[in-house]
Design a protein around this ligand. Structure first.
Ligand code: ADP
Ligand code: MG
Length: 381
């Protein structure tokens, strides 16, 4: 059994590397409520029904003479999820990477897209989940991942593996870190003082850590509900309009998976990062000033920096510009380790009014998709 388990780990990793250590999935959400009546024809279509990896965007515009012209942009990703795709179907394609984290690899899963395109729905599901929702269809990747990890650690225990799981959850707003798992308390002076001192540093073993950040032992699959509830509460404390605030910040959920095999003495540490990025929409240049302008600049800079880091890794550059943003600095270890695995969801709002933003998102995703890191790149060369 022991040999079989080592073999399974090796084979699983080989398959993951062949699929590429950077993958891009596109997910288009359904039209909601009023959007349905307002939209007669969609700017998006899904040409290839078999491979489920193509999407085409049509941009229509009227010229000065009132004649309408349209231009089509075809895109291809590792996987395209049409609006009718369930959370279950999406997770099906993600679960292999969760297994990689259990096997001791660093994994990053990002959700990218404009506000309202379905990032939070994909990563988390509804804002508040009760324990009785554990099997509900609406759950997103975070609760499903934790559940899968618990099911698998049970099986691995038969082969001598014991796991301890620790979680952290933070938000990056205007390049400052906020602890989403800190003890809550409105107007609590001490709590807000502590928030100010979060700092990214390298520990003695070279691991990226955050000073003063709350680490929570995740000792049951249900614990994730407590964790998400506390994060939601901390978000409301931090902002009067917490929906708006959370769309302007990156939220990073990190699970450390420490495994030890009591039979063989082997050990492994995997890291699973699930990241709900800030809305990628660009504000029109006119009319944005003050705080809004500062926010937008911080978001643009950090999203661009994420793209730069991925591109630099893919090219095998000596210098990787992790330090150019808090997000990439925080994720340095998970993105750059030789065996790390990255998946980016590009989330798309299908409404005709969002065509321009959708085009930008798909173009950003295409740039990421053209990157290959690690073994897959060497084999392709
Ligand atoms: P974002 O986090 O990108 O701003 P949300 O995840 O909050 O977007 O999604 C915006 C709205 O669309 C929410 O009301 C959400 O419930 C709904 N939604 C998003 N994706 C889906 C989907 N695949 N199916 C049904 N509703 C969805
Ligand atoms: Mg959101």
């Amino acid at each position: 059994l022991r040999n079989e388990e080592s073999m399974r780990r090796k084979l699983h990793n080989t398959i993951q590397e062949l699929k590429g250590n950077i993958r891009v999935f596109c997910r288009v959400r359904p039209l909601l409520g009023e959007e349905k009546e307002a939209s007669t024809s969609l700017p998006l279509s899904f040409p290839d029904c078999d491979d489920k990896n193509e999407i085409e965007l049509v941009q229509s515009s009227e010229n000065a003479l009132g004649k309408s012209t349209s231009k089509s942009f075809p895109f291809k990703f590792d996987r395209v999820f049409a609006p009718d795709s369930s959370q279950d179907a999406v997770f099906d394609d993600v679960s292999q990477l969760i297994q990689s984290a259990l096997d001791g690899y660093p994994v990053c899963i990002f959700a990218y897209g404009q506000t309202g395109s379905g990032k939070t729905h994909t990563m988390q599901g509804p804002d508040t989940i009760s324990a009785s929702d554990m099997d509900a269809d609406i759950l997103g990747i975070i609760p499903r991942a934790v559940k899968q990890i618990y099911e698998n650690t049970g099986k691995l225990a038969e082969r001598g593996w014991e796991y301890t799981l620790e979680g952290q959850f933070l938000e990056i707003y205007n390049e400052t870190l906020q602890d989403l798992l800190a003890p809550t308390g409105r107007g609590d002076k001490q709590a807000s003082d502590k928030q100010a001192k979060l700092d990214i540093y390298q520990d003695n073993d070279g691991h990226t850590r955050v000073k003063n950040l709350t680490m929570v032992k995740v000792d049951s699959a249900e614990r994730v509900h407590w964790l998400l509830a506390r994060a939601a509460e901390n978000r409301t404390v931090a902002a009067t309009n917490c929906n708006e605030r959370s769309s302007r910040s990156h939220s990073v959920f990190t699970l450390f998976l420490h495994g030890k095999n009591t039979l063989t003495g082997e050990s492994s540490t995997g890291v699973l990062n699930l990241i709900d990025l800030a809305g990628s929409e660009r504000l029109s240049n006119s009319g944005s000033s003050g705080d809004r302008l500062k926010e937008t600049q911080a978001i643009n800079k950090s999203l661009a920096c994420l793209g730069d880091v991925i591109a630099a890794l893919a090219k095998g550059n000596r210098h990787i510009p992790y330090r150019n943003s808090k997000l990439t600095h925080l994720l340095q270890e998970s993105l750059g380790a030789g065996n790390s695995k990255t998946l980016m969801f590009v989330c798309v709002n299908p409404s005709p009014g969002s065509t321009q933003e959708s085009l930008c998102s798909l173009q950003f995703a295409t740039k990421v998709n053209s990157c290959q890191i690690g073994t897959a790149r060497r084999q392709a060369a």
